[in-house]
Write a protein that binds this ligand. Structure first.
Ligand SMILES: CC(=O)N[C@H]1[C@@H](OP(=O)(O)OP(=O)(O)OC[C@H]2O[C@@H](n3ccc(=O)[nH]c3=O)[C@H](O)[C@@H]2O)O[C@H](CO)[C@H](O)[C@@H]1O
Ligand SMILES: [Mn+2]
Length: 340
């Protein structure tokens, strides 16, 4: 004869199994359904409301025991509590007060054919980049004599500096790290407080101000901000110094816009530079050159501020509706033509 206790035990066990099975599947279901949430990432007056509604929705789902996950890049804060800058998430008045006496540098390479991108880059920077602040441009080129000096605002200085042109575009792009080491180790220490490093094949298209300043600042790559970390194009070959193992890394950053204090950029460029030279000795080049080394560095040295893809956008990319302000835009180019 089966005892009563055994029957109720069996019943409880089967109910438990059913509950677990249901929970597992609903979690799975909601994870998929809500993983890419079509959110309004701009937090102005309506934005705040949207955010509140989302939070309420999120709480409701959590109450129901369903897991609710929002894409990390669409959050306003990283897991290590650094702000992710989206339009409307900061108060410019407070920041302008905080940074009012700071001197800012903008570092850019315009070598060989890329010199053609320099006039629109500088003109747009004069219109949108740190307007009202003391800005020192550091333009490295192999054709100092060919640069037409644009009209600059008050307190803004153009430093034209000579750099030797490498044969391969990859080497030109990577050489930026070597130049940055020297620049931040010597001259810049007394000249500026913050340095911003940019690609030249870009134009400023909207306000970019002191909100981007911080100890160590990097920008989410606009092509990967919604991707799963396992799909980030990190260097995955362990033989390279830029290697990032699967399961590590939070975001994929683009090397076309990053910055920080002179001291932090010195540390960053020194690390990337030594990684690049070890790779050279081992006859390997990281998948995305210095960008791979930058990403490796940022896995282990977390940025203190992260810029949303508002700060690097390309109009060819999908999901532009999530990015309300396109502040720094890639200029479309014929890669073959301009690199050869
Ligand atoms: C979509 C894509 O392909 N993205 C990669 C590509 O970006 P990009 O296609 O944006 O690289 P790029 O051709 O703009 O080169 C980077 C920068 O190096 C400078 N430069 C380069 C070549 C040259 O002849 N003269 C010169 O001045 C210039 O400032 C330029 O903006 O390459 C980068 C550098 O490795 C990164 O890895 C990017 O992820
Ligand atoms: Mn570029």
């Amino acid at each position: 004869m089966v005892s009563r206790a055994a029957i109720s035990g069996g019943l409880i066990a089967s109910v438990l199994i059913l509950v677990l099975f249901y929970a597992k599947n609903t979690t799975f279901f909601f994870q998929n359904k809500f993983f890419i949430e079509p959110v309004n990432v701009s937090v102005n007056e309506q934005g705040i409301q949207v955010l509140r509604m989302e939070l309420a929705q999120c709480e409701r789902k959590m109450l129901l025991g369903q897991r609710y996950i929002r894409k990390p890049a669409l959050q306003f804060i990283t897991p290590w509590l650094a702000p992710i800058l989206w339009d409307g998430t900061y108060d410019l008045k407070i920041l302008n007060n905080q940074f009012k006496d700071k001197r800012i540098g903008l570092f850019v390479f315009a070598v060989k054919k890329y010199i053609r991108f320099l006039p629109p880059f500088l003109e747009s920077a004069e219109r949108y980049f740190m307007v009202g602040y003391s800005v020192n441009y550091y333009v490295f080129t192999d054709k100092v004599g060919e640069v037409q000096r644009p009209k600059l605002g008050n307190g803004r200085i153009l430093n034209l500096l000579e750099v030797e042109a490498d044969k391969r575009w990859q080497d030109i792009s990577m050489k930026r790290m070597q130049i940055l080491v020297n620049l931040t180790n010597e001259r810049l220490r007394d000249e500026i407080d913050y340095l911003v490093c940019a690609d030249v094949d870009m134009v400023f298209n909207d306000h970019v101000g002191v909100e981007i300043l911080g100890n160590l600042v990097a920008t989410l790559h606009p092509g990967f901000f919604l991707s799963e970390p396992m799909h980030f194009p990190y260097e995955r070959r362990p033989i390279s110094e830029a290697y990032v193992p699967l399961g590590q890394g939070d975001f994929y950053y683009m090397a076309a816009f990053y910055g920080g204090t002179v001291q932090e950029i010195y540390k960053l460029s020194s690390a990337c530079c030594s990684g690049i030279s070890v790779d050279k000795k081992n006859n390997i080049e990281a998948l995305w050159q210095e960008e791979s080394h930058l990403n490796k560095y940022l896995v282990y040295n977390k940025p203190t501020k992260v810029l949303s893809p508002e700060y690097i956008w390309d109009t060819n990319l999908p999901h532009g509706d999530l990015v309300k302000k396109k502040r720094f835009l890639a200029v479309h180019k014929d890669h073959e033509e301009v690199r050869n």
